[in-house]
Design a protein around this ligand. Structure first.
Ligand code: 4NP
Length: 177
């Protein structure tokens, strides 16, 4: 396995990671988009019973709020429905609740890693860029918050291909069980 796995315990083989948490700064643009896109892919693949996902932000600014209307509009243009998500803040308890924690940019990654208390917790944190197509030339998911419509559409496009690559990796690991 290429990344941290959840132990089956009792001498059983380790199982694939099944609980995925996407993280950004405010949890109103990038990470809820990743969550909704990944959720739609899980649905299409019939894997919602085996792999789950959620999202949160490292900051508290937007707790309880709906995603940014510009992001919801970009998702709608891409055919991705709003799932009712409301903003919430990352908690150290998320290290226990999730198998894979995916920050959208390097600052988010540093903030999450600063809360890890064990090497096992830190090993669950992998950047979204791990699943970028090499030709995109990016090292992180750009923050669209202070930009225009095209920035939101570009984030949705990048997350669609990246989430598909993530799902291929997880579904492959699941099939190896
Ligand atoms: P997100 O975008 O981290 O992708 O949700 C942002 C949301 C809010 C702010 C910045 C980025 N803000 O400064 O409030």
């Amino acid at each position: 396995m290429a990344f941290h796995t959840r132990s089956g315990g009792g001498g059983q083989p380790q199982s694939a990671p099944t609980r995925v948490l996407f993280v950004c700064l405010g949890n109103i643009c990038r990470s809820p988009a990743a969550e909704m896109i990944f959720c739609a892919l899980l649905e299409q693949a019939g894997l919602r019973g085996r792999i789950s996902c959620d999202s949160c932000g490292v900051a508290a600014y937007h707790i309880g709020q709906k995603p940014d209307s510009r992001m919801l509009a970009a998702l709608q243009r891409a055919g991705i429905p709003y799932n009712g998500h409301r903003g919430r803040q990352f908690s150290p308890a998320d290290f226990d609740r999730f198998d894979l924690i995916i920050p959208q940019d390097e600052e988010n990654r540093g903030d999450v890693l600063s809360l890890a208390r064990t090497p096992e917790q830190a090993a669950k944190v992998l950047p979204m860029s791990r699943w970028f197509p090499p030709e995109c030339g990016l090292a992180e998911v750009p923050d669209p918050y202070y930009g225009g419509t095209r920035g939101f559409d570009a984030v949705v496009s990048l997350l669609r291909v990246s989430c598909a690559a993530l799902l291929r990796e997880l579904a492959g690991a699941d099939a190896e069980r």
